[in-house]
Ligand binder design. Sequence first.
Ligand code: AMP
Length: 565
Amino acid sequence: MDFQKLADLYEELENTSSGNAMREILSKFFKEVPPEDIAMVAYLTLGQIDSEYEGLVLGMAEKSVLKAISTAGGIEQSKVKTIMEKEGDVGLTAEIVLKKKPQTLVPLGKLTVPELFEKLHKITKLTGSGSQEAKTNTLASMLQKSSAKGARYIARITLGTLRMGVGDMTVLDSLAIAFTDDKKNKEILEKAYNICPDVGVIAETLAKKGIKGIEKIDISVGRPIKMMLAQRVKELKDIKEKIPGEMAVEGKYDGERVQAHKSKGKITLFSRRLDNITAQFPDVVKYLEKNIEAKDFVVEGEIIAVDEEGRPLHFQKLMQRKRKTDIEEYVKKVPVQVKLFDLLYYNSRSFLHEPYSKRTEKLQKIVKKNQHIMTADRLDTDDLSELNKFFKEMLHEKYEGVIVKGMDSEYQAGTRGWNWIKWKKEYVKEMIDTFDLVVVGAFYGKGKRKGTYGALLCAGYNEKDDTFETVCKLGTGLTDEALAELPEKFEKYKLEKKPARLTIKKEMEPDVWLSPHFVVEVLAAEITESPYHSLGLALRFPRFIRFREKKPEQATTTKEIKEMR
Ligand code: AMP
């Protein structure tokens, strides 16, 4: 497929401000894409060059991209820089420069989608001395082969700033519309996506093998599975209604969720966002290697920071391990412990559809427990007062609370179902729970907060419509330090207009729109009705707790917020 067609599509999407219209445009387009190109088109439309979990990085700074634009356009770098300063966007800069290209520079053929894709992949592989120059030349060669409009999008894809408001769900919905006409099929697609969160694989399977092919998608070691999440209840006794039979009550640990895959002798760790976090935790890899003897496996657990005696430390401490340098030094500085709580695959056998009791029975058998790695603390009971006693013990141990799991329940990938229910200390203090909300805009600060932002506009995720609905303006709880960092943090995500999938009331329009990316944890005391928020509800006295490692689509759903009232 000619890349120009994709550039025309992107222009159309860029000028669209409703999610529904986007889905219509995309689905029409997907029908026209040759099946061998559809995975590439799906990735590129999300601004990616592969599935996110592959963690490919192009590693090009703005400066190198501008250099490539100058080469492709045949004008001096200083002039390109001046245009960039005025436009503030590398895409528009590329377009302007290439429009002005001297006639003597004839276009070097036509850029196809596979060629663009292949060259972008080539850029990711260039390392070592002279690689920056090679990357710049490769990019310039693509720009030379594309139209000015095409250059706009190539430059943005290269810098990771193609923000058209299309999310994974938008692509899935559009695929369902394009290739199936039965609504039921959307559910099948979503189910497959939860087990295989790779939009490219889903798109290609659907285009080549139809919905029958999608139904056959199963766990594949090395490819992360969307993680199962826990529901919440208002009162302890409600747990019994949801899980009437035998309950497994586990400690709830405040660290980082990890899904570990072992395949072909190699262990890969995925975070809850499905990012590859293997390099951050060489110690965890070692503990898993040493203490689980198996050809292959997929296990899940929580990594927590601990002190010398193995007592849990605050989540903030663990955050120090989120780094790209001095890793070995921090392995020593911030030791961790792994609390394993699930097993999804073991020695060529999938456990994904086995009940909790069977999965954990196997897990218990295969883990050699020691102070670094162990299974979750657990009590099996059908009695609420026993549960409550165990909950208090867990709080005494400085854990967050408990997660109650149905003994016979399946692992529901990517689902916040009633098979797992969390019970945390906040519930008991009569504060309602925390919410994970998506930042969709920001308001300029006044007085002491002048020069930065004073408040953030936060939204919940409407799973049904694949939209974001605002629910609070958040100003409390942000320290001066955190506030000072916001302008730089947000810079790359600023948008000229409302994000396409956001619904908002006029009264709430922020000073700055932000592409849905950041998720914040917010504590609130009450949920009230509100005419000002598009959800129709507002959080009262919201307080910022922390930024969370979650994707916008993993935020608290609007349905959950409504149910919590
Ligand atoms: P929340 O983030 O409040 O929705 O709680 C769900 C998170 O709790 C999971 O994603 C895990 O990271 C964490 N967690 C801690 N302990 C457990 C456990 N025993 N079972 C499942 N999840 C746990």
